[in-house]
Design a protein around this ligand. Structure first.
Ligand code: PMP
Length: 317
């Protein structure tokens, strides 16, 4: 993605400044050792130009927990962080659906890896984002079980979005892509199914929606939690339990769930076609999810933070 595809302003060192000026030193601990954490949040643009940010307080809470795992001091509480997201949205006045990347890091220019260094910095930048997996109509994904294991919580905290841990996702995603797949499914170090490179995994077996528990070395996904709540709303039975690899080969349905991925059906695992190609449960959940994020379902209106955009700020070209 070219730099000019990012939206014009970033939140950086407690101020809104041009994105192009939001830069750090090469000696930053974050860059040397991956001592950073981040969030990924979606904003959906309504017909009236307003941006609805999906589960903003929940995202900011997980983000502040990721920061505390790395002992990074943030400039304020969850309300402060959420407000910074809102102010930046107003300033950038996005003209399409967008993605937010709140980011915190050890800002010391120092030598020696330790999360004990005191410096902490916080920033946010934004970009336009449509579908994560390809443009246009989303085809069911073809995924492979990676030869790389998901980072174990005993090595790097797996439940938070820790910068350095994304070496793990990156290496698995590359393996999948050079082998012609869309994404990788990683097993954890106990040999159970964990998740994809940047999304949680759900499968359906005999009418029951199943996902790995948050103790399976998975990210504590906000979309994962939302899907579980939406399934309850639809009276679909749900189970959080360990998943074996062989279950992926006999599941009736599989989908990935994440902020960028949204609800993405999986068509094949290791070149085996996933059971029920009509995908009734995935289709129902996906339709409800779409209604919810677009503000068409009042039962979940509380998941959206609506940001009015001043039309005088919207760039015309
Ligand atoms: N797992 C990983 C490794 C991820 O990077 C993401 C994307 N944030 C997810 C799961 C999904 O989490 P969420 O629904 O909060 O975006």
């Amino acid at each position: 993605m070219a730099a000019n595809q990012f939206l014009e302003y970033a939140f950086f060192n407690e101020k809104i400044i041009p994105f192009a000026h939001a830069n750090v030193s090469v000696a930053t601990l974050a860059l040397q050792y991956g001592l950073s954490c981040f969030g990924g949040v979606r904003g959906y643009r309504g017909d009236d130009g307003a941006i609805s940010i999906f589960r903003l307080p929940d995202h900011m809470l997980r983000f502040s927990r990721s920061a505390s795992l790395l002992k990074i001091a943030l400039p304020g509480n969850v309300d402060y962080l959420a407000n910074a997201m809102i102010e930046l949205t107003k300033r950038n006045a996005p003209t399409s659906d967008c993605y937010f990347r709140p980011f915190a890091y050890k800002s010391d220019l120092s030598l020696g890896p330790s999360i004990g260094h005191p410096g902490g910095a916080f920033s946010i930048y934004m970009l336009p984002l449509g579908n994560y997996f390809g443009d246009g109509e989303v085809k069911p994904l073809r995924v492979m079980v990676s030869s790389w294991r998901r980072v174990a919580d005993g090595a790097i905290p797996a439940r938070g979005k820790i910068g350095g841990a994304y070496v793990n996702s990156s290496i698995a995603k590359d393996e999948a892509q050079i082998n012609g797949f869309d994404d990788a499914i990683m097993m954890n170090d106990r040999g159970k199914v964990a998740e994809a490179s940047a999304a949680n995994l759900f499968m359906v077996r005999d009418g029951v929606l199943i996902t790995a528990p948050v103790t399976a070395d998975v990210l504590e996904g906000i979309t994962r939690r939302s899907v579980l709540e939406l399934a309850k709303f639809l009276e679909i039975p749900v189970l959080e339990r360990e998943i074996d690899r062989s279950e992926l080969y006999i599941a009736d349905e599989i989908f990935l769930a994440g902020t960028a991925a949204q609800i993405a059906p999986v068509g094949e695992v290791d070149k085996r076609v996933v059971g029920d190609v009509t995908r009734p449960i995935t289709t129902k959940l996906s339709a409800l999810f779409d209604d919810v994020v677009r503000g068409r379902n009042p039962a979940f209106a509380h998941w959206l933070t609506r940001v009015e955009i001043s039309q005088s700020l919207v760039a015309t070209d």
